[in-house]
Structures are given as structure tokens and as C-alpha cells.
Design a protein around this ligand. Sequence first.
Ligand code: GDP
Length: 314
Amino acid sequence: MQVEHLRNIAIIAHVDHGKTTLVDKLLRATDAFRSNQQIEERVLDSNDQERERGITILAKNCSIEYKGVKINVIDTPGHADFGGEVERVLKMADGALLLVDAFEGPMPQTRFVLRHAIDTGLRIMIVINKIDRPAADPERAYNDCLDLMADLGATDEQLEFAMEHVVYASAVNGYARRSPEDDNNDMFPLLDMIIDDMPAPEVDECAPLAMQCVTIDHSNFVGRIGIGRVFSGTLHEGDTILVQKNDGTTTTSKIKQLFTFDYLGRTECSEVGAGDIAAVVGVEGADIGDVYTDPEHPVELAPILIDPPTLSVV
Ligand code: GDP
């Protein structure tokens, strides 16, 4: 996948503001654009099943394919207890959707993740959701978002970008509009805004390999799976890589299998290029913060914050 055909976006939302519903509707709206849709089961319709599907979406990242562009959607935990994790996962993104309920406006959890997104330098688009609610006040919610961004130290560039990139949505009804007066009934204005104006990853494909593991998955069959963004170079299945651990030690490891995000699942592939997000199988003891790099030309990346161990109070 060429880097100009990639977008990595995080979604920042307070619980219940409609993240699951929005992602679900974006996936449905783009079904027709997918190249390998035959392998996927069809969208389910009853409410219960819908709920289950939502849980699946939230459990992991997913990707949307639209007009030849692959949009990796990175879920962010919306709670301050996950401070370290928020910082880490935002490192995979170039932009973020700030999703806010048109009635409630931005909430404390929104503020927390938004601060990190601003500090990370992400481009932020605003999605005012639930505009169908009778008491919704989309303009007020939008202005509150901009005020909050300014409060949290957004740069002039970030503020200007947010002002120019807003949609008014009713995720539950499947539409996103560039202005509350529009009457389109689909999600395409939001999808177009993302592929047209969210930045593609800025990466050096020719530089030596550097990937940082920001989350770990686990499978009974293959063990620990390291997930992160490839910052430079290309990962290949079968490659021997240098693994730099957080404690400063290094080991070498062979990549047994490689995956990228694909719709709600993952697809195995033989290589993953700079800018994309990879899931790597084969690194013994894979851990958060591990850097995978080229043994001949090792690249140093800044260590990342690890959550302090959780204290259990009896
Ligand atoms: P999440 O916690 O952010 O993932 O929120 P969900 O997507 O689960 O939505 C929370 C609730 O808000 C659910 O009952 C949704 O049906 C409802 N909801 C989501 N989007 C909209 C919307 O655009 N309008 C209205 N009225 N309700 C919505």
C-alpha cells in the first residue's frame, strides 16, 4: 500500500457520544469500495446483533477502504486511567476525529484525550453527532469544541484546521453533513473530508526499518502479537529483525507472520510498509515499547511511556 493511499486516524469521544455507531456506519457506507468483500459476512441487522458487532469494533482497531484509500481507525480509550495507553496509541495516528454529542457538548473524557491529541500535533476534525436529538444545539457544541481546543493549547494551525473541518452528523441515521442545513443522507461528506484533507503519514520508505510496538495482542495459537506503526522502512515476513527492549537490552527475532488491519479483522501479508500499522507474530516475549529495527542499521526511537502497575486495594 502506497503511503499516499493511507490515513491513520484516532477517534476521540466521550462514552455514549456515538463512536461505535459512527464507525459502524462508516464501514457500511464503504462496503461497496472494498476489494475483498466476499470473504466478509454480511452486516447483521437486528438490534442485539448490532450491539455485538459494536463491541467487536470497539475491541480492536479496524480499517475502512474508500476510493482506493485505506483509513486505519485507531480506537482510543476514553478514560484518564489509561493515560499511558492514550499517549501510545495516538502515536500511530496523523489525525483525529473529535466526536461530540450535539446536546451534551464536550465532556471531561473528551478533554483528557483531546489534550494528548493536541500535544501530539495531530490534525483534528470535529464531528458533532446526534444532531437529530430534539434538544441538540450543534452550533453551541461546535463552538465549545473550538474553545476547549484553544484552552488546551491548540496551535493556530490546529484551530484553523478544525474550523474548516467539521461535520454535523446523526450516526444512528447514517448521515454526516458539512452544514446543518444540508440534506444529504449518507456518510460521504465525512469520508471525503478524511481522504481529501487528513494528512497521509509522513514517512521515509527508504530509511532502515523502525517500528514501535504500542499494544500487545495474544493468540493461543501464535502467542504474543506486537502491534504498532511502521515509522520507516518495510517489514517483511521471514526477516530477521533487531528487537530493542525498553530496558535497553536487544535480541534478534524472525518475523513469522505479518498482518495489517482489514475491515473488522486482519489480513496476512508478506510485507508492511512505512506509515501502515502492523501486527507482528514471532517476536518472543513481545512487549509494549519494543522497537523493531534493521540489525545492520539500527534506528533509535524515543522510549514510550508504560502505564504504572495497577495497585489493587484489598
Ligand atoms: P459509544 O459509547 O461512543 O461507542 O456510543 P454508541 O455508538 O454505543 O452510542 C451510544 C448511544 O447513542 C446508543 O444508544 C446509540 O444508538 C445512540 N446514538 C448514536 N448515535 C446517535 C445519533 O446520531 N443520534 C441519536 N439520537 N442517538 C445516537
